[in-house]
Design a protein around this ligand. Sequence first.
Ligand code: PBG
Length: 336
Amino acid sequence: MTATSVSGVFPYTRMRRNRRHGWVRRIVAEHTLTANDLIWPLFVSDRAEDCVEIPTMPGVVRYDIPSAVEAVGRAKALGIPAVCLFPSIDPKLKTPDAREAANPDNLICRAVRAIKAAHPDMGVICDVALDPFNSDGHDGLVRGDYVVNDDSVAMLVKQALVQAKAGCDIIAPSDMMDGRVRAMREALDAEGLIDVGILSYAAKYASAFYGPFRDAVGSGGMLKGDKKTYQMDPANSDEALREVALDIAEGADMVMVKPGMPYLDILSRVKDTFGLPTLSYQVSGEYAMLRVAADAGCFDYRKIVLESLMAFRRAGADAIITYFACEAAAWLNETR
Ligand code: PBG
């Protein structure tokens, strides 16, 4: 008796054999997801009234510096290798020249010093962009109604230097100005900060998925117009490869694709084309989408989060910046 053909031309092929048991599924799994793959973004603030849950990001709070230090300790204990810090500064300190960004004693620099003092072996990544400091809510400096490039780069370099001197391990320019990676690398090297890495947000799209983040850092209400003259058009894919190629040539150590889930095609192309450490950011709107829908009973929270993170790994992400990092790491450690 021959076996019945259940799958067309290959009479003996039954794909389900390799899915039959948990142990065989583990053997054939092509990708893994562990706490090592997760980077946790957190919001810091100086003001007690600001250290509350962000309404558009249920479950995400802003931390004052002492509680950020504690929270980073918890992330470290879960096996998360690094955190990304974002400041929610006093609106009174926001100016059109974003000068607070270059203050060596600003909120973010103080947070970096405190976190590195308590947790020297935890990676600390600082965002470089002016939007949390700028009364226009833009990542660069606004002249007339345009975000200018080269003067913005000069200011961003100052911001990167104070953060690096405060002790951050990696600077992560998310501003999308042209030429900023080279300018930052040169400035860091000139100051002897040769070991500070650059994670460039190389392919960053002008996305509505950043909405809740802008609430979190208080830049949303201030934003004049949109970011389409510097962030990428969601219609474009080849352009992302040019952006990444330029940032690599300028000295980026790692690159990022952002947002995450709606741009997994870009992530996959970038990883396949360049093969360098490639991160992806599951941004605030993606967090909100999954969290709010899970809270509404649309699907299982834990399963949806872990599936979404595995999708990033499958698409080629070496690591994922995600607001789910701590919860996901705890679940992954449990099942190991
Ligand atoms: C700042 C910055 C943004 C995000 C990270 N860095 C917002 C923006 O570009 O408007 C978004 C992160 C998120 O939505 O979680 N340039």
